[in-house]
Design a protein around this ligand. Structure first.
Ligand SMILES: [Zn+2]
Length: 115
């Protein structure tokens, strides 16, 4: 996949053409897939399909999407934990967040030095 220099990889690249991704989960509200440039040996990203900027912008109007997102995060984390014995769940905020669309990383294994 070509390098992407914008600020919302998910709305701009991932959601318009999910066939390019290694999908883990796909329903009306939520998409989960293996990161295109993984930072860890196991690295799944879970996103709401409807644009939400970040965890700290979530409001009551986003409740259905966030509930659906968390259910998928839980299922993916459970699978990774079961298969690899350990998992971590992470969402970045502010300047840590490269793509300004809420996304949750589920990862396991050593951090990769080269993507
Ligand atoms: Zn977006």
């Amino acid at each position: 996949m070509a390098a992407y220099g914008g600020s919302d990889f998910y709305c701009d690249v991932a959601l318009p053409d999910p066939t390019a991704l290694r999908l883990v989960h796909d329903d009306d509200r939520v998409l989960a897939f293996h990161h295109t440039r993984p930072f860890w040996d196991v690295h799944v990203v879970v996103i709401p399909k409807r644009h939400i900027s970040s965890l700290t912008t979530v409001t009551a109007e986003d409740e259905a999407d966030v509930r659906a997102l968390l259910a998928v995060v839980q299922a993916v984390a459970r699978d990774v934990e079961r298969e690899h014995g350990a998992a971590a769940v992470l969402t970045n905020l502010g300047t840590y967040q490269d793509s300004k669309h809420l996304h949750v990383h589920v990862h396991s294994g050593p951090e990769r030095t080269t993507p």
